[in-house]
Ligand binder design. Structure first.
Ligand code: SAM
Length: 379
């Protein structure tokens, strides 16, 4: 496919997404219907689509409308590629609209209604963080420190054409600089030496006071990313639960690859008390909008309010399962204070004697996703 034909394909995919399709589904459907597209074409179309979704407001202004055509034209104009719109062969039609420069929150690709809350939460970093959210996220790996060391993992990856370097956010973190698409087929990955995991997500786990012999529950385990990251840091009796058990379907295979054992619990109260309960709560995902840009535009005030209610309920439930002097680890991939510091403060207001032992916010300015972690100590 020519670059212009790739742009035209991205227009079609974006039109479906704007009609309500999930980005991954729209891309998969296009791929199935386009047998002529090679892996390079698929990757290029995907990159245009995701760039356009991250920068949906500003590209719509630049490209003269919030349509697939307008977004890809905005993308082309922002990157000096308007000549792709020649109307020749498979190329998109010649533009009829000059577009306009985006202004204010539009230029930052910030949803209008979230501007005040994000500005309150991020303070002086607001504009820089929103700008960073307009870029692609790096690919990070977590070195499984229970199996290998960081330098040995770098060497194993290099032998398979994957270049990675240590990242300062966590002692287990690697940033992949070349060959990211080869990771999941690599031996290093198959042998459980590395896992795909954001660097800030690793840093949140590194905040937890984990020690050999502890009984630890991951209360919102999902696919088990943090469960396994905890397992790599100490020899634990490790339990996992999720309100939607099917989300833990991959956990047994992942745990086996990592060489650890995790017990899934449908009713975690039956195994309480625990020394530490991790609550990696469902959240707005505002810290990971680089990876899930559709989420940025889908979030609304009702959804955010509902999430904060669920988060408070999960924290209260966790408090009931922590033994005397034990710990709750609270984590979100959110940039919003309502889900982070304010949620922790409200918990302390409801539960006498608990105290904050550590609290930290991460933003993409440090390289990883936006994350929040707090360590709460029981009386
Ligand atoms: C942020 S995700 C967890 C990601 C996971 N910890 C990881 O690192 O891969 C939040 C998870 O919480 C689960 N969840 C939602 N409501 C819950 C509840 N009330 N109790 C327990 N889990 C819940 C969701 O199904 C989802 O899998």
């Amino acid at each position: 496919m020519t670059p212009a034909a790739r742009a035209a394909a991205a227009i079609g995919v974006l039109d479906r997404i704007l009609d309500g399709q999930v980005a991954e589904v729209a891309l998969t459907n296009w791929g199935r219907a386009s047998r002529y597209a090679g892996s390079g074409d698929r990757a290029a179309v995907r990159d245009i689509v995701y760039d356009a979704l991250r920068c949906r407001r500003s590209f719509a202004a630049l490209g003269g409308g919030e349509t697939g055509y307008g977004l890809v034209l905005g993308w082309a104009r922002s990157s000096g590629q308007e000549a792709l719109f020649s109307g020749e062969g498979h190329a998109p039609a010649v533009p009829q609209d000059a577009g306009r420069e985006p202004l204010g929150l539009e230029a930052l690709d910030c949803p209008e209604w979230l501007g005040p809350a994000l500005s309150h939460s991020l303070g002086a970093d607001f504009a820089a963080v929103l700008q960073a959210m307009r870029q692609r996220a790096p690919v990070f790996l977590r070195v499984n420190l229970a199996k290998t060391r960081r330098e040995a993992a770098i060497a194993a990856l290099a032998a398979e054409g994957i270049v990675a370097r240590p990242h300062p956010l966590a002692d287990s973190a690697l940033e992949v600089t070349e060959g990211a698409r080869k990771v999941q087929a690599s031996e290093a990955y198959g042998d459980g030496l590395v896992e795909l995991q954001d660097a800030a997500s690793q840093a949140v786990v590194a905040m937890l006071p984990l020690r050999d012999g502890m009984r630890v529950l991951d209360l919102c385990a999902g696919g088990g990313g943090k469960t396994l990251a905890m397992a790599a840091r100490a020899k634990l009796s490790l339990f996992a639960h999720d309100a939607e058990a099917r989300r833990m379907a991959d956990l047994p295979a992942r745990a086996k690859r990592a060489g650890v054992s995790v017990t899934a619990l449908a009713r975690p109260e039956t195994a309480a008390p625990f020394d530490l309960v991790l609550t990696d709560v469902p959240c707005s995902g505002s810290g990971s909008w680089r990876r899930d840009p559709q989420g940025k535009w889908a979030l609304d005030g009702d959804r955010l309010a509902a999430l904060t209610v669920v988060q408070a309920a999960i924290l209260d439930r966790a408090a009931g399962m922590v033994g005397r002097g034990g710990v709750i680890g609270y984590a979100t991939c959110s940039l919003l204070d309502a889900e982070n510091g304010a949620q922790v403060a409200a918990f302390l207001g409801r539960h006498q004697g608990w105290r904050i032992e550590a609290e930290r916010s991460f933003t993409p300015l440090e390289g990883g996703d936006g994350f929040f972690g707090a360590v709460l100590r029981a009386p």
